[in-house]
Design a protein around this ligand. Sequence first.
Ligand code: GLV
Ligand code: MN
Ligand code: MN
Length: 412
Amino acid sequence: MPATNLKIDGDRLWATITETALIGGTPKGGICRLALSDEDRRVRDWLAGTIREAGIDLHIDDMGTMYAVRPGRDMSKAPIAFGSHLDTQPTGGRFDGVLGVLAGLEVMRTLNNAGIETDLPLCLVNWTNEEGARFAPGMIASGVFAGEIGRGWAYERADRDGVRFGGALEGIGYRGAEPAGKRRFSAMIELHIEQGPILEEVGQSIGVVTAAKGMIWSDGRVTGRESHAGTTPMPLRRDALCAFAELALGVERIARGEGLDGVATIGVAEVAPASRNTIPGEVRFTLEMRHADFAALERMDAAADALAAAITKSRSVSISLDRIWRKSPVVFDPTIASAIREAAEGLGYSCREMTSGAGHDACFVASVTPTAMIFVPSRGGISHNEMEFTSSADCEKGANVLLHTILQLAGR
Ligand code: GLV
Ligand code: MN
Ligand code: MN
């Protein structure tokens, strides 16, 4: 049983989700709020104002990550942290990341209204650039926080227009003085939508996330030779796009060969010179591969290299695959996961253990702090899509599990 019957206010949480979805809101009902864009600044300003109105101190680190600290009785102890991210994909939904931050805010509002003081302080976090859609890789700020990504390297990451992360952070006025990683937590819990089909399929409400897939992100380039589309006989061509097509289908095969956990995606492909009567001379592309098992991920990575080498030979093109990021699979802290399970069961919600296919800030934080995650169902398993949807009732359940996990870990 939970320590109290305390519940968050589901209507208030839903109203906050709906209200903030207008910042960067798209005509199809999703959100486009790329990291460090003006939309990101506006939602941060909204969060900062709301936090300060609630009488809670706000701190910002030099990666732009925002920390709202609610004092506890014992300030010698590091806080229990919770949160997620407010940046989105270019055609993002209303819940990915957003739910974790706004439910965390709702937890603080609930505790304030009930006049509850916890033993340990609490800290709501809005991590910068979780998505990696504008500045690759994702989870960059939690990566610097955990000491796994260098701050200087992070600042130099450029978007497709050549704008650097460091400059964009300064530009929106969110480069704080505190060095990222200086702050410590006793534990971290991230509530997130599942972004996959499992909870809905099995008809359960809560996922207790015990592990997350590893991933390898690459920037790739196929270089062939531009030539005339009408005069160049087929056997003499070095068509970069055809070579790329073989590579794309090949990496799909590689991932399919590694069970249901193996996934590979080419999300960006740009053909040059992009003229209908010139044979493509170049394709620049991104490749990302994921697997929950480290050995399988390494196998996929090696197979991609072997495939590129074979296509290079057979089609007289050159192919480069520049690994810009590797993240090993993560196993979350069993004690925090048990606390989540206990909270869910105490509230009478059905739950199951799960592995996350998506990357989350929790994956980096887990290397320096006991961490685990709570999932709630995603309708149709769809995410990174404007149609992404989680019902108000499921958001409410997730936030209640977050509340009671926090109360268990923070003591009251
Ligand atoms: C985060 O959105 C990811 O790509 O897993
Ligand atoms: Mn997310
Ligand atoms: Mn995402």
